[in-house]
Design a protein around this ligand. Structure first.
Ligand code: HEC
Ligand code: HEC
Ligand code: HEC
Ligand code: HEC
Ligand code: HEC
Length: 446
């Protein structure tokens, strides 16, 4: 158990206690002295005992939108200040529907956002891959994961109740908290609701003065890439491997051509929420991934019956490295076909390959935005009558496949209730593999 647990501490590639604060040196410095601050558990303990703690000092915005980058930073620091406070008592004028935190209730009025969100991975951030691990954790460790996977105070409280954590609330949840909210992942309210107030981007059309839920507060932060950084970027002093931050998507974007003002400017939202749609398609989606790369295959005759297949891959459409961090891998399989059938020549990987303990880098062949990499496969072949095929396959959860398999081999040491979830998690990451494309090349001399 102890050994497995030591191993598990590494299972989360992205565990982070500190919030990401862009452009906030004073706060960041404060946060680098964790002992001076109340622990996550004691804070949660306090808030969780009072589901309805009134919201303190919620700073109301002017209503016409944040103007400068500094305003956006200030808004995001408040909006994502850890841990999120409970919503408190709903305003008396709210109907039960307006007060509800249930995504399906938001969906009664915001049907399009709800339909998209339900298909997205953001609605599945409390999948079996996370839940079996939570069963092995203390509340403090678990809350570090929930910060990104189920960030609302009400969600953390429900998870604490389910897992029998010591600081679970003694009262049943209030009526605006649906019992399944803890399993609903990154719910609408996690991004949009604080103290029962709605926050959103600049409206696109005219908004009536009698909007439900007391109207809403506008912030340009919603349309800014920094909005996503809270969960998709570690701070500078976050965990690193081979000198590189383990989660670095925002900084990769910031260094790319897409972050430069001008016609090529593209935010995380422009690519992942086109027309403000709540899709968040990424490497799990074949169409999205096809848009990310241009692939070419050529054959070079080295003489004496020796050849080389060269795959050229350009990151033409991802706004960060392809792929952005260590979990996904893209496999290039080179196959020679002749009258005798198919002969696999070899395989190469695009991705950041790291051992399962996350202590050693094996290779880093990710492709930065706009850049090109060549993958060379030498082989010997007779004179004529053959061709080479390149098969590109995507393994969106490759790192987790290895970790889950290792853990399953030691299933006897796990709490019995965790094992079916772990099996489901492994089946899920394996099922996420897909073939992206295949292309062929024939030797010119043939
Ligand atoms: C009874 C219907 C109703 C319910 C329930 C409801 N909303 Fe709204 N909401 C509206 C209306 C109407 C507006 C005004 C803007 C519009 O027409 O889209 C609005 C505006 C918003 C905006 C601002 C949009 C912008 O342009 O910036 C956000 C964000 C929002 N709602 C989120 C939510 C969330 C999250 C929930 C659930 C927790 C929710 N709403 C529940 C009707 C509703
Ligand atoms: C800083 C935010 C953050 C924290 C903290 C975090 N995660 Fe994640 N996690 C992510 C993101 C982002 C992804 C998805 C990345 C992708 O798919 O490219 C993810 C994906 C996962 C996945 C794979 C998807 C799935 O649901 O099976 C697992 C498992 C997971 N995290 C477990 C954990 C565990 C366990 C912890 C705590 C020890 C944790 N995470 C803490 C952001 C976070
Ligand atoms: C991961 C955070 C996140 C989650 C979860 C989320 N949203 Fe949003 N939402 C955003 C962002 C960011 C924008 C603004 C996008 C932009 O400006 O390009 C937005 C925009 C909106 C808008 C304005 C749409 C428009 O066309 O003007 C509404 C309404 C809304 N969201 C409702 C919801 C509802 C309802 C849910 C749940 C079903 C939800 N959101 C879940 C981040 C989120
Ligand atoms: C509160 C934390 C949080 C915020 C804020 C957030 N995400 Fe995520 N995001 C996650 C987690 C956790 C996952 C992992 C989902 C899974 O696989 O279980 C994820 C998954 C994704 C994926 C799917 C990647 C894949 O593997 O296919 C994309 C794309 C994405 N997020 C983009 C965004 C964008 C763009 C924004 C800003 C508008 C954003 N996210 C804001 C936590 C967050
Ligand atoms: C120019 C368009 C574009 C921009 C800008 C962009 N992305 Fe992506 N993103 C993609 C494409 C295409 C993919 C699928 C291929 C891939 O995984 O790299 C992707 C994949 C992802 C994934 C899946 C995991 C992985 O390992 O690749 C996450 C998470 C993600 N993006 C988050 C973000 C965040 C956060 C931002 C802003 C900081 C952002 N993206 C900016 C196009 C974009």
């Amino acid at each position: 158990m102890v050994r497995i647990f030591g191993h598990l501490a590494l299972l989360c590639l992205l565990a982070m206690e500190r919030p990401f604060l862009i452009g906030a040196p004073s706060q960041a410095a404060e946060n680098s002295h964790p002992r001076a601050r109340p622990t996550a558990v004691s804070t949660l303990n306090r808030i969780v005992h009072a589901w309805l703690l009134p919201v303190v000092a919620l700073v109301l915005l002017a209503g016409c939108g944040d103007r400068s980058a500094a305003d956006i930073d200030a808004f995001l620091q408040r909006h994502w200040a850890e841990p999120l406070h409970p919503q408190g008592k709903p305003p008396a004028a709210f109907s039960p529907l307006e007060a509800s935190l249930a995504p399906q209730d938001c969906g009664q009025c915001h049907a399009a956002q709800h339909a998209d969100w339900r298909q997205s991975l953001h609605s599945r951030t409390m999948g079996p891959g996370l839940r079996w691990q939570l069963m092995l954790m203390s509340q403090e460790q678990g809350n570090r994961c929930l910060r990104c996977h189920a960030p609302l105070a009400e969600q953390k409280a429900l998870v604490a109740l389910e897992l029998g954590w010591p600081n679970a609330p003694k009262q049943p949840p209030p009526s605006f908290v649906p019992p399944d909210l803890g399993h609903q992942g990154l719910a609408c309210a996690a991004c949009h609701v604080r103290g029962h107030r709605r926050f959103g981007p600049l409206p696109r059309g005219k908004v009536g003065t009698d909007a439900p839920h007391g109207g809403f507060t506008v912030s340009e932060a919603f349309s800014d890439s920094r909005f996503c950084a809270h969960c998709h970027q570690f701070p500078d002093d976050g965990p690193r491997l081979a000198g590189k931050l383990q989660e670095d998507t925002w900084a990769q974007w910031q260094a790319s051509g897409y972050a430069q003002e001008g016609p090529g400017y593209q935010t995380c939202q422009s690519c992942h929420m086109p027309e403000r749609r709540h899709l968040w398609r990424g490497i799990h989606d074949p169409d999205m991934t096809r848009r990310a790369i241009d692939v070419h295959l050529k054959l070079v005759d080295l003489g004496g019956g020796r050849h080389e297949a060269v795959a050229t891959v350009r990151n033409a459409g991802a706004g960060h490295h392809f792929p952005t961090y260590m979990v996904p891998k893209v496999e290039l399989a080179f196959v020679r076909h002749d009258a005798g059938g198919a002969h696999e020549l070899g395989r190469q990987l695009i991705g950041w390959q790291v051992d399962t303990d996350i202590t050693r880098e094996i290779a880093d062949t990710r492709i930065p935005a706009g850049e090109t990499r060549e993958f060379h496969q030498p082989f010997a072949a007779p004179g004529a009558g053959w061709r080479v095929e390149l098969v590109v396959r995507v393994l969106p959860g490759e790192h987790y496949e290895r970790i889950f398999r290792d853990s399953l081999a030691r299933a006897a040491l796990l709490p019995p209730a965790a094992v079916p979830l772990l099996r489901q998690a492994l089946a899920g990451v394996e099922a996420a593999r897909y073939e992206l494309l295949r292309i062929e090349a024939t030797p010119i001399a043939n």
